[in-house]
Write a new protein. Structure first.
Length: 211
């Protein structure tokens, strides 16, 4: 029987003194390291033959974590992590009290003007994940990405920039041989009607992922 991959999620405890090393202080980094590897070690003993890991986001400093017990690494990366893209939280939260046409126009203007810098950030972030996992001879991937973590159907907005984000990021990840699993976005569910119904686009991005 082929081994299975199991994904776990963890959160580093809050602390007021953040931002010194990658956004996390020494106590937080020690907590993450001890908790993740100790837990995975126990699970591997009890359930041999499976790959175990903790999912992380861009906020976890790669240079501070030890992946010796990890079977793979799922790193969540979004363009909204690279810069404060205007209004995406408001638009993604469905606030109907705002003039979403104006807010969306501001977001698209920023996206267009800052795209080269945003792409550079994503490329470097993906490369860093690939390099980190290569040190441990394990695979990596993204089960969450690439434009924003939150977005909704709205008659005054659209999904085009979310789709474009995937079309940019997926080829960046495909450059690395150990990037083995990729998402198209955070929105591949029926409740996201505007994305769900674009079958042609899903087939296109899936073909890129599988190529």
């Amino acid at each position: 029987m082929e081994p299975k991959m199991t994904i776990l999620f963890t959160f580093v405890p809050e602390n007021l003194d953040m931002g010194k090393v990658g956004g996390f202080n020494a106590l937080q980094q020690q907590f993450y390291q001890a908790f993740s590897n100790d837990l995975i070690s126990h699970l591997k003993e009890r359930f041999p033959g499976q790959f175990w890991q903790m999912s992380i986001t861009y906020t976890t400093p790669l240079d501070s974590i030890d992946l010796k017990e990890f079977g793979t690494l799922d790193s969540h990366l979004w363009f909204t992590s690279a810069a404060d893209i205007p209004n995406w939280r408001i638009l993604g939260g469905g606030d109907r009290t705002k003039d979403n046409r104006v807010l969306f126009a501001e977001l698209l203007k920023f996206w267009k003007e800052k795209k080269p810098a945003l792409i550079d950030w994503m490329d470097k972030s993906i490369t860093a994940v690939a390099a980190k996992t290569n040190q441990y001879n394990i695979t990596c991937g993204n089960t969450e990405g690439w434009g924003a973590v939150g977005w909704l159907d709205n008659t005054e907005t659209n999904w085009d920039w979310i789709k474009e984000a995937a079309e940019i990021a997926v080829p960046l990840a495909k450059k690395h041989d150990n990037y083995k699993y990729l998402c198209s976005s955070n929105f591949t569910h029926p409740q996201f009607k505007g994305m769900w119904e674009d079958v042609k686009w899903h087939r296109k991005i899936t073909a890129k992922i599988k190529s």
